[in-house]
Design a protein around this ligand. Structure first.
Ligand SMILES: Cc1cc2nc3c(=O)[nH]c(=O)nc-3n(C[C@H](O)[C@H](O)[C@H](O)COP(=O)(O)OP(=O)(O)OC[C@H]3O[C@@H](n4cnc5c(N)ncnc54)[C@H](O)[C@@H]3O)c2cc1C
Length: 472
């Protein structure tokens, strides 16, 4: 795991007060916040356009106490969100970060909507699943991260945040007290430039794209035969490694979000609405193997544990129709990934699982839905009607979407040192900072990734601007 921090006292080509590395949701929000506080800001991004995992996502953000929730008469508060985080992680989430994120998520979403026209509203199809006790899932109209990323980048450009793309930061310059003086970055033609700064915000996401780090920190995934990473490949853990080398503390490094519904081999996320609405997952033997809605993140490992590491999501026309206008689902339909069949026996043939076993599985699900039997995996099907002929199925696998551990930060998103105190001018958020997911795969609350990206991004931007102001 090579990092490169130079303690050489060099001159820089130029200097900016606040420098942000990485133009995903966290970096762009940090830029917006720092600029709003009056600081000059440059965001350096390794790719030709700002995207990151943020643009790959479905753009959902969990947030508590927003205006949109109030308009929809949803009662929520930082305390309820905090309690949900602690319950989901069995008390393992860092208390300070959990409180900070729970308390600042709603104001951050409202601020982005009111001040920068990011069109968030609470999404009615999500309620009470996977550890959120109330509906706090906020999305942009298309439910795509692309729209979110575009809205943030547009807003940043409008208020004068300079986003420099094709700028791959490869090294930091610091003093021996851990004060960051600037960075060097590479252009696609191999040339190198250097830029100085007064404060640095690391928003390079986590280390999902760094196999060596995954094997070290999340061995159960990294060493799995069928291991797939489906986040942004450029997220190599750079910010975390720089922070560590400067003496920063890390926590929750084995935490991650998996996803147990990545269409295989199409590599497109299946909208989990088809499952939440009553769909089931069966393995290639035609058997169920899990409570499909118990843990959207932990489900990845369960699917990978099945023969060949794959499974089929089975639902019907009614459930499918609910997703027909969702971009991923539409794309899957266009690619022929959504198999259709009028009857169960046809379905078994179309997806290549034993017909008898599938018929038995479906009959036992009907018994559970009708209240004649208990689900052996503990799933509560609620009031959803039984699956009906007019079946649909999608072949899936489990994948790692993003890591959740990272640099330990305080309530102002400033990085804490291993041996106490703070790194003087190093701030972090999003996948670069420790999240609210505790340890492992099961503590991930849906949409916590973008929630911590935007919320800690805003705090990092405000804190960096404040730090710079104090120097003047
Ligand atoms: C398929 C998928 C669906 C998801 N859906 C959701 C969802 O609906 N809701 C949710 O909350 N979360 C979701 N997530 C997780 C969410 O996308 C991430 O948690 C979030 O985007 C992290 O934001 P970030 O700004 O920290 O990182 P990113 O958005 O990944 O941005 C990091 C940026 O840093 C750049 N970078 C990295 N290293 C360097 C370097 N050395 N120099 C310059 N630039 C660098 C990268 O190129 C990248 O643009 C999903 C993830 C995936 C993969």
């Amino acid at each position: 795991m090579a990092t490169s921090i130079s303690y050489e006292n060099i001159d820089f080509d130029m200097e900016v007060p606040v420098l942000v590395i990485g133009a995903g949701g966290c970096g762009l929000t940090a830029g917006l916040a720092a600029r709003s506080e009056g600081a000059e800001v440059i965001v350096l991004e390794r790719d030709p356009v700002p995207a990151g995992s943020t643009a790959m996502s479905q753009g959902y953000v969990c947030a508590a106490g927003t205006k949109s929730q109030t308009e929809s008469q949803i009662e929520d508060s930082p305390d309820i969100f905090y309690a949900d985080i602690m319950a989901k992680t069995s008390g393992q989430a860092d208390e300070v970060i959990a409180r900070t994120v729970a308390g600042n998520s709603g104001p951050t979403v409202d601020w982005l909507t009111d001040k920068f026209d990011v069109p968030f509203s609470v999404s009615p199809s999500w309620s009470g699943f996977f550890g959120h006790s109330v509906n706090r899932m906020h999305g942009v109209p298309s439910k795509t991260g692309e729209e979110l990323s575009g809205a943030l980048a547009g807003a940043a450009a409008n208020i004068g945040v300079d986003i420099v793309t094709d700028a791959h930061v490869t090294g930091l310059f610091a003093t021996d007290t851990g004060l960051v003086r600037g960075v060097s970055f590479q252009r696609p033609d191999g040339s190198e430039e250097r830029i100085g700064c007064k404060a640095l915000i690391a928003s390079t996401c986590g280390f999902g794209g760094n196999r060596e780090m995954i094997r070290k920190f999340i061995p159960e995934f990294g060493n799995a035969k069928n291991y797939k990473y489906f986040g942004h490949e450029g997220n190599k853990g750079d910010g975390i490694l720089w922070g560590m080398e400067l003496g920063g503390a890390v926590d929750g490094m084995n935490a991650f979000q998996g996803y147990g519904a990545l269409a295989e081999p199409h590599a497109i996320s299946v909208n989990y609405d088809v499952v939440m609405g009553g769909g089931i997952a069966v393995n290639i033997l035609g058997q169920r193997f899990s409570d499909e809605i118990a843990n959207i993140s932990g489900q990845a490992q369960r699917v990978l544990d099945q023969p060949s590491g794959i499974a089929w999501l089975i639902f019907d026309d009614v459930r499918g129709a609910r997703c027909d206008d969702m971009p991923e689902y539409r794309q899957l339909s266009e690619l022929g990934a959504v198999r259709v069949a009028d009857t169960l026996s046809q379905l078994a043939e179309v997806i290549g699982v034993p017909g008898d076993a599938l018929a038995q599985t479906m009959a036992s699900v009907d018994d559970i839905v009708d209240g004649r039997a208990q689900c052996p995996f503990g799933r509560d099907f609620g009031n959803e009607p039984k699956l009906q002929p007019g079946y649909r199925a999608i072949r899936i696998t489990g994948a790692l979407y993003h890591t959740q551990g990272g640099l330990k930060v305080d309530s102002r998103a400033q990085v804490l040192k291993k041996d106490g105190g703070l790194l003087p001018n190093f701030f972090a958020g999003g996948g670069t900072a420790q999240g609210i997911s505790g340890n492992g795969a099961t503590g991930y609350l849906p949409a916590a990734g973008l929630c911590t990206a935007l919320t800690l991004g805003r705090l990092a931007g405000q804190s960096a601007a404040e730090y710079v102001k104090k120097l003047n």
